[in-house]
Design a protein around this ligand. Structure first.
Ligand SMILES: [Fe+2]
Ligand SMILES: [Fe+2]
Length: 172
């Protein structure tokens, strides 16, 4: 069973994963508006992943006989100066999420809650990947420096990201 403190902390992370989904959907909408449909597609795939993360926490809380209580999700920003600014923002956001996961891990260790510690290990590794994938695209955008032809080329590349919606329910 979860302690009250841990239950509350895990519920808060459900909120932040949902906020991440909300943020990336807002970024998808930004790209859609700019006609960058490949970038928009990539962000929609990311939205689905974040929802899957939220569901992992959701299911874990129930498995440990806890109670999921959904909190208010803040509105995400809706506008950025450039695609580079979008990825700069997203990359920073992922670093904040990593810090939150680390805090949860510290709490689990402090409470000697080994099951939660084990569960969180997946997220520790996932955050390494998350930061790396945003960083890789950010680096490309920095090289491109707003060049329309190169942006179009990258847009085509990002359109190739697989989007498996079944992942939402089966892996959670
Ligand atoms: Fe996430
Ligand atoms: Fe993420």
């Amino acid at each position: 069973m979860l302690t009250q403190e841990m239950e509350k902390a895990l519920n808060e992370q459900v909120k932040w994963e949902l906020y991440s989904a909300y943020l990336y959907l807002s970024m998808a909408a930004y790209f859609e508006d700019k006609g960058l449909t490949g970038f928009a597609h990539w962000m929609k795939a990311q939205t689905a992943e974040e929802f899957m993360h939220a569901m992992k926490f959701y299911n874990f809380i129930f498995e440990r006989d806890g109670r999921v209580v959904l909190e208010e999700i803040p509105a995400p920003p809706t506008d950025w100066e450039s695609p580079e600014a979008v990825f700069e923002y997203a990359y920073k956001h992922e670093q904040e999420v990593s810090a939150r996961i680390n805090k949860l891990m510290s709490l689990a260790k402090k409470m000697e809650d080994y099951a939660t510690e084990n569960f969180l290990q997946w997220f520790v590794e996932e955050q390494v990947e998350e930061e790396a994938s945003f960083k890789a695209i950010l680096s490309k955008l920095k090289l491109i420096k707003g060049d329309p032809q190169a942006t179009f080329y990258l847009d085509n590349e990002l359109a190739q990201r697989p989007l498996d919606l079944n992942l939402l329910m089966t892996q959670a």
